[in-house]
Design a protein around this ligand. Structure first.
Ligand code: GLA
Length: 385
């Protein structure tokens, strides 16, 4: 890593804006045109629901209030043929039994926290471990495995689903009672927009993201190696052999991590001799977005599938993006319509703060304090080429 620059980052990326009340009502507007159907029962015998949001272009998103999971997302190709472009299951049972976070709302902390512990205001907090010695994606029962209170809404932007969850003080080891709201909107211009907000009653750390696995050729239709990726990032955060960020920020120039110009995922993913690709088993890293730490919504990534012409744009207000190319998929999961998900059959684009930020003082802050409101907006926007 001697080619790397350990960049000194200004602390204190602003996570707080405005004010917002967090309330959830159990019943939505009855006049609205959002279909809701039963989606099985949880381990505790509680009923889950699946909501279908559809826009005027025929684009459709199915979302369940179990884990905030995006169960399907059906979008057209350049000839107007629709396909479901996210991996997952037809039934709740599938998600309960075995899932590598298919479609999930990830929290409280997306990605890894080293040794499942961090210090905040002089106090050490021990988290649940669920990835070797580390905490991954919120712990053993993260936000992807709880039932959210749902309220369908018709908005000027399109049909929406509001999900709310109150995470208890100490849940999975995290301090503070955290009240989280996630609003999913299927926009008139074919975007799935997510607006996250959260408040706390004690200082805590927070890094919410979304974990859909995309395959723009249609879920289950082969690997994603021909997908062409552009990432608006001149740098990334390298990891050690346990996938924990080293704390460095390294330029991508001259490495297989340079996606400033379009490259197929498969072009360099198996390049021999690259230590970072070896550690990740391929791409499984956080890119440092050129937008910096400003909260403005900016284009982070563009992914094109040449055969279908489907294009995915990823927009975010966050400073980082985890690009994971399904290295842990190994053919042991049979998903929707009996399709087997083999190695690299899906990729994730997870807008986020940098992994292990609670232990990396030079990374932008992920601390949320009482009286402040966490905000995070991301859009997965679909087009054709
Ligand atoms: C993330 C991580 C990966 C892996 C997947 C889930 O994207 O970065 O290392 O844990 O989630 O399988």
């Amino acid at each position: 890593m001697n080619r790397c620059l350990a960049l000194l980052l200004a602390l204190g990326a602003t996570l707080t804006t405005g004010c917002c009340t967090h309330c959830c009502t159990k019943n939505g507007d009855k006049n609205m045109n959002i279909k809701q159907e039963p989606f099985g029962t949880t381990k505790n015998g509680k009923p889950a629901t699946i909501y279908t949001l559809r826009n005027a272009n025929g684009v459709e998103a199915k979302i369940t209030n179990y884990g905030g999971i995006v169960v399907s997302l059906t979008v057209p190709d350049r000839d107007g043929n629709f396909a479901d472009v996210v991996l997952g299951y037809n039934t709740l049972d599938g998600y309960i039994k075995k899932t590598p976070y298919f479609g999930a709302l990830v929290g409280r902390y997306g990605n890894r926290i080293a040794n499942a512990k961090f210090t905040l205001d002089g106090q050490v907090f021990n988290l649940a471990t669920n990835n070797g010695p580390n905490a991954l994606h919120g712990g053993i029962v993260g936000f992807d495995k709880v039932l959210w209170t749902a309220r369908p809404l018709q908005t000027a932007n399109g049909p929406s689903l509001e999900l709310c969850y109150v995470s208890k003080d100490g849940e999975e080891g995290y301090p503070g009672t955290l009240t989280v709201k996630a609003v999913y909107t299927l926009t008139t211009d074919n975007g799935l927009r997510l607006d996250y907000t959260a408040t706390t009653d004690k200082a805590t750390v927070l890094n919410l993201t979304q974990h859909s696995y995309f395959n723009l050729a249609g879920q289950g239709n082969g690997d994603i190696l021909n997908h062409e990726v552009v990432l608006n990032a001149n740098a990334f955060t390298p990891v050690d052999g346990t996938l924990i960020t080293t704390g460095e920020i390294c330029p991508v120039k001259g490495t297989p991590f340079d996606f400033i110009k379009p490259h197929a995922i498969g072009e360099r993913v198996n390049q021999q001799g690259d230590e970072q690709l070896k550690f990740g088993g391929g791409y499984d890293h956080n890119w440092v977005l050129n937008k910096g730490f400003e909260k403005q919504l900016s284009l982070a990534a563009t992914v094109t599938e040449p055969k279908s012409g489907r294009v995915l744009e990823v927009w975010t207000t966050e400073p980082g993006l985890q690009f994971y190319c399904g290295n842990f998929l190994d053919g042991t999961i049979t998903g929707k319509s009996g399709k087997v998900y083999k190695h690299r059959y899906g990729f994730c684009m997870e807008p986020q703060h940098y992994p292990d930020s609670p232990n990396k003082p030079l990374f932008p802050s992920v601390v949320l304090r009482p009286g402040d409101t966490y905000t995070h907006t991301m859009i997965y926007k679909f087009a054709v080429k």
